[in-house]
Design a protein around this ligand. Structure first.
Ligand code: GLA
Length: 423
């Protein structure tokens, strides 16, 4: 049994409250991404497969995005909130057109980007595209440098709703100027476009301390860390990064501006069922964009159910937009907590994820009072499990809760603050 050391927890919760209260920002207000963007993105699962001759069903082509758009609607993802259909790298011709314009690959996108955009919009969805601030995209297609203004105008003409701007083949020290300039060009088109930046991650890799207030004032979301890969090790690595660096990272998130720990890989080859539940829980605690990168034609039902868990989606999409934190980590057991609505006086509601990073093959018991989790409203909290159908009823700060967490799994609770003084 893992009983939680309350002194340690209280200290962490204190730091947490202080830093979330002090977050003031002059952030981008383009009216977009008031909650973390949700949708589908091709990269992690489909990569740069351009071989439509031998692999027509999986290559990066208009057909792939049309099929995924159809499935987002017909399989219920759209009604759960997943709205963006986002193209990643490898949609371009290798060279620009004679007037310097971007050209989509004429074989794989025979009808062009506007037709694909129309197809997606006709289904009530939104259309996202990928480019790169440098000379080339990461996979070697033309980047935007030298064409920033005309490319922004081109995206608007294609009715693009979301632009992911990568940072390969660019100078990281030039990004403060370049990313903000391109953001201004996007805004001055008059077409609202979510702006996803890779600005901080390339600067961090180059040893530059990113200027997060500048990033917040130009971007709706940004990548901080490594690309996700199809493995639990990769997910754990990202979870550790966001936990270890939360004092710097978490205060930067809020409505309109989000940290992006990268795509959801749930339903692919690398994660077990437990691990997939853990990724979804932690991404929701982090107020992360929920961008699925999975083959929606073949996803198994149990993974689909995770992605469609509306209670956990609601945690991610909570209107307060507060990024949660790791409040406890000891011997492979972690507790993550996110303040959510409703709020009563000074008392937030919380989503709480108990994570078992241990590999000793049997579930671990975790036992903790609500007070030790920072839940001190004497009127109590209505506590429910967000994966299992368990309602704990109203619990009070002194109540001890005990959860059993599977190896590499999670138990996720919501504690809704109570309005009436019942004590
Ligand atoms: C970088 C990005 C990825 C993906 C690839 C495409 O690695 O971080 O998310 O866009 O480029 O080449």
């Amino acid at each position: 049994m893992h009983a939680i050391n309350s002194e340690m927890l209280n200290q962490i919760i204190y730091i947490y409250l202080i830093s979330s209260l002090s977050a003031v920002c002059y952030c981008l207000e383009n009216g977009l991404a008031r909650t973390p963007p949700m949708g589908w993105l091709s990269w992690e699962r489909f990569r740069c497969n351009t071989d439509c001759t031998n692999d027509p069903y999986n290559c990066i082509s208009e057909r792939l995005f049309q099929v995924m758009a159809d499935l987002l609607v017909s399989e219920g993802y759209a009604s759960a909130g997943y709205e963006y259909v986002n193209i990643d790298d490898c949609w371009l011709e290798k060279h620009r057109g004679p007037a310097g314009q971007l050209l989509s690959d004429h074989k794989r996108f025979p009808n062009g980007m506007k037709a694909l955009s129309d197809y997606i919009h006709a289904r009530g969805l939104k259309f996202g595209i990928y480019e790169d601030y440098g000379n080339y995209t990461c996979a070697g297609y033309p980047g935007i440098i030298g064409y920033e203004e005309s490319d922004a105008i081109q995206f608007a003409a294609w009715n693009v709703d979301y632009v992911k701007l990568d940072g390969c083949y660019a100078q990281p020290y030039d990004m403060d100027r370049g990313y903000s300039e391109f953001g201004r060009y996007l805004n001055s088109t008059g077409k609202p476009m979510v702006y996803s930046c890779s600005w901080p991650v390339y600067q961090i890799y180059a040893g530059i301390q990113p200027n997060f207030s500048a990033i917040q004032s130009h971007c709706n979301l940004w990548r901080n860390y490594d690309d996700i890969q199809d493995s639990w090790a990769s997910v754990e690595n990202i979870i550790d990064y966001y936990g270890n660096n939360q004092d710097i990272i978490a205060p930067n998130a809020g409505p309109g501006h989000w940290n992006d720990p990268d795509m959801l890989i749930i339903g692919n080859f690398g994660l077990s069922y437990e691990q997939a539940k853990t990724q979804f829980a932690v991404w929701a605690i982090l107020a992360a964009p929920l961008l699925m990168s999975v083959d929606l034609r073949t996803i198994r039902p149990e993974f689909k159910d995770i992605l469609l868990n509306r209670k956990i989606i609601a945690v991610d999409q909570d209107p307060l937009g507060i990024q949660g934190r790791r409040i406890y980590k000891h011997k492979g057991i972690e507790i993550w907590s996110k303040p959510i609505s409703p709020v009563y006086q000074i008392y937030y509601s919380y989503a709480i994820a108990f994570i078992n990073r241990r590999t000793d093959g049997t579930p671990s018991d975790i036992s903790v009072t609500l007070k030790e989790l920072g839940l001190i409203n004497l009127s109590g909290y209505r506590v429910e499990d967000l994966y299992e159908n368990v309602d704990y009823g109203i619990l009070y700060p002194h109540t001890k809760i005990k959860v059993k967490v599977n190896p590499s799994g999670v138990v996720m609770l919501k504690a809704e603050t109570q309005y009436l003084k019942n004590v």
